[in-house]
Each structure stands twice: as structure tokens, then as C-alpha cells.
Write a protein that binds this ligand. Structure first.
Ligand code: DGL
Length: 268
């Protein structure tokens, strides 16, 4: 039985899900978070759906064993392949990033043309297209896998000439399709937002699924009476499956001083 003072479990293939943690901390400052980054097995983007499902269920089982009251699947690829399976197998609210992002895109799109970018796995799964069409069947959707963005962000190349050239190459078809809204369907892409927004121009609305997922988490916890008592101050734990030192260094790029220590835990 979940209790309101239990922590929220959040997981991702690596550090990228810290963009969701940053939003959770901003929107729900009283909540405690346990974050698991699967740094030993990142990236999930190019892996098969079965492998991503196996990794995801191992991590969700670990978080459940830590007594979390809900699990946020902060990884788009894991959400695309494993959300349904996790929801069917765990007696906890499981929140993914795809539906909140799709909802925000439909809300933000005025011209009825939505672009979605993500990892190869997310795009191949068709998860965003299904989620968007379920809300708005008439919308035009253009999708594009942008596999080079993840290593560029991890390298800290958020605004270099090389990143700009690659982003243009990826996004030119979106501009040609005249999308009015672009879903940043990957944990890492919000860090490229300033650059992507320059390329797409001021009339294209960029959807950051991190913001929407935190808002969805707040709604789900409230609906189930699971919000942490107000006045509490969230204490967080960060766990990585490998290279804790590197996780800490990169994590500070996402979260600043909110991350001070990283534990290591091997799964699988
Ligand atoms: N976390 C992944 C996602 O949001 C990106 C990194 C990876 O490929 O594992 O899809």
C-alpha cells in the first residue's frame, strides 16, 4: 500500500531523465525522489523493444523494492516500448513521458501539423503518433529520429557549429512540412531547446515533455491522495548502474548543486 510520504521513483537509461527530475523538483518541491540512471546499459535508443522492456522491468522492480509510491518512466524510449507492460505488472501508478508530451503538442498546435523528434527506437515504435492521433485524428504528423543529438548533448555541445549543422540537417524536413509544433521526444533534447528554437523559428512551438510529465505526475498523485505533506522538503537519492563519478559530474550540468552524491547499483 503506497503512502503519501514515500518517494517517487524516476528512471531513465542514463542521465537524461534528470531533465524530468529538474521539473519534478520545481513543480513538486516537497516530494522525495529516487532516481535510477542505467548508465551501464545506456543508450536505449538503438536497442530492441524486448531488451528495453527487460531493462525497464528490472529497474521498476528495484524502485518498487525501495518502497516508491509511483514510478515515472523519464525515458522516451522506455516509455515507448515498456509503459504498457509496466502498468500491467506493477500495482503502482506508472507515468510515462509520451502521453503528456502528445497532449501538450495537440494543445499547442494551431495549424494542425505536429513534428516529433526522438531516438530511433521511439520513432520506430510509433508511440507518439498513436498518442497524438488518439487525441486528434485529423492532425498531420512528421517524425524524425535524431540519434546524433544524445552524444552531442552528453559531450556538452549544446551550441556549437557542428551541432547547429546536424540540427539543420535533421530539422529541414520538419520546416518543409511546415510543422507548427515540435515535440522534443527525448530526455536530452530540452538542453538543445535554444538552438532548436532558433532553427525552427519563433512561430514553431517546442514541446518539452519533461515539463508536461511533471505536471501529469502532480495530477496523478493528487487524484490518488499521494501528495507529500506540504511543508516537507524533498530529500533525493541518485543511483547509477555504472560510472557514478561521471554521472555526478554530468548530473550537475542538469541539476546544479541539487545532486551531491551518487550511489552505484548493478542490475541484471
Ligand atoms: N533516455 C533516452 C530517451 O529519452 C535517450 C538516451 C538513450 O538512447 O538511451 O529516449
Amino acid at each position: 500500500m503506497s503512502t503519501a510520504d514515500a518517494p517517487i521513483g524516476v528512471f531513465d537509461s542514463g542521465i537524461g531523465g534528470l531533465t524530468v527530475v529538474r521539473e519534478l523538483m520545481r513543480q513538486l518541491p516537497e516530494e522525495r525522489i529516487i532516481y535510477f540512471g542505467d548508465t551501464a546499459r545506456v543508450p536505449y535508443g538503438p536497442k530492441s523493444p524486448d531488451t528495453v522492456r527487460r531493462y525497464s522491468s528490472e529497474i521498476a522492480a528495484f524502485l518498487a523494492s525501495e518502497g516508491v509510491k509511483a514510478v515515472v518512466v523519464a525515458c522516451n524510449t522506455a516509455t515507448a516500448h515498456a509503459l504498457g507492460m509496466l502498468q500491467a505488472s506493477l500495482p503502482l501508478p506508472i507515468i510515462g513521458v509520451v502521453e503528456p508530451g502528445a497532449r501538450a503538442a495537440v494543445r499547442g498546435s494551431h495549424g494542425g501539423a505536429i513534428g516529433v523528434i526522438g531516438t530511433a527506437g521511439t520513432i520506430a515504435s510509433g508511440a507518439y503518433e498513436r498518442a497524438i492521433r488518439a487525441l486528434e485524428p485529423q492532425v498531420r504528423i512528421a517524425v524524425r529520429a535524431c540519434p546524433l543529438f544524445v552524444p552531442l548533448v552528453e559531450e556538452g555541445w549544446l551550441d556549437t557549429e557542428a551541432t547547429r549543422l546536424i540540427a539543420r540537417e535533421y530539422l529541414d524536413p520538419m520546416t518543409a512540412e511546415r510543422v507548427d509544433t515540435l515535440v522534443l521526444g527525448c530526455t536530452h533534447y530540452p538542453l538543445l531547446k535554444p538552438l532548436l528554437s532558433q532553427i525552427m523559428g519563433p512561430n514553431v512551438c517546442l514541446i518539452d515533455s519533461a515539463e508536461e510529465t511533471a505536471a501529469e505526475t502532480a495530477r496523478v498523485l493528487t487524484a490518488r491522495g499521494l501528495r507529500a505533506p506540504s511543508g516537507e522538503r524533498g530529500e533525493h537519492r541518485f543511483v547509477a548502474s555504472d560510472a557514478a563519478e561521471q554521472f555526478l559530474r554530468m548530473g550537475q550540468r542538469f541539476l546544479g548543486s541539487a545532486i551531491e552524491r551518487v550511489e552505484t547499483m548493478t542490475l541484471g
